[in-house]
Design a protein around this ligand. Structure first.
Ligand code: AMP
Length: 176
């Protein structure tokens, strides 16, 4: 079986000095690794009646589409500002390196729909927390949040758990 952690490439000082960029493209490009990551990310939610997967741009789209297929549900994109074609609601958030806004279509979620959040990595949790706020403003019920990578030193999973979100990550890396 593929060891997922070994398939993730680490790039020092990208996109700026002091950041260890955890590059999942090497995992995504490995057939066995991709299959295993999707299976493990979906596993805790197979019997939890998920209505939709909400994937965060851009790597959350690749994983989220496949996980939605596994769970037999639809996919909803959460995108960077200005990318979605219909009416949107937006949420500002602080990244590990900057400030940004994510958006969702205002009619993407039906009230009470059970939604699973998907992204490749959780660092400070700012992006995922903004996704939680967007989905709750859309009257969705958040079933959980699933990631390949957690950076526990940055406290993202703790932040999400403080919002009452059930969280899963497949591997953890020390440091930033
Ligand atoms: P955060 O909002 O701090 O949890 O950052 C999470 C988002 O930023 C995810 O979409 C990641 O893809 C990206 N990101 C943050 N830090 C890193 C890192 N060290 N390596 C790779 N991606 C990162």
């Amino acid at each position: 079986m593929a060891v997922l952690k070994d398939l993730i490439r680490t790039i020092p000082d990208y996109p700026k000095k002091g950041i260890l960029f955890r590059d999942v493209t090497t995992l995504l490009g490995n057939a066995e690794g991709l299959k295993e990551a999707i299976a493990q990310m979906a596993a805790p939610y197979l019997d939890l009646k998920v209505d939709a997967v909400a994937g965060i741009e851009a790597r959350g789209f690749i994983l989220g589409g496949a996980i939605a297929d596994r769970l037999g549900c639809g996919f909803i994109p959460i995108r960077k500002k200005g990318k979605l074609p219909w009416k949107t609601i937006g949420q500002e958030y602080t990244l590990e390196y900057g400030v940004d806004v994510i958006e969702i279509h205002e009619d993407a979620i039906a009230p009470g729909q059970r939604v699973l959040i998907v992204d490749d990595l959780i660092a400070t949790g700012g992006t995922a927390e903004a996704a939680v706020k967007l989905l709750r403003r859309s009257h969705g019920e958040i079933v959980g949040a699933t990631f390949i990578i957690d950076l526990p030193d940055l406290g993202g999973l703790k932040l999400l758990k403080s919002h009452g979100i059930d969280c899963h990550a497949l591997v953890a890396f020390e440091g930033h």
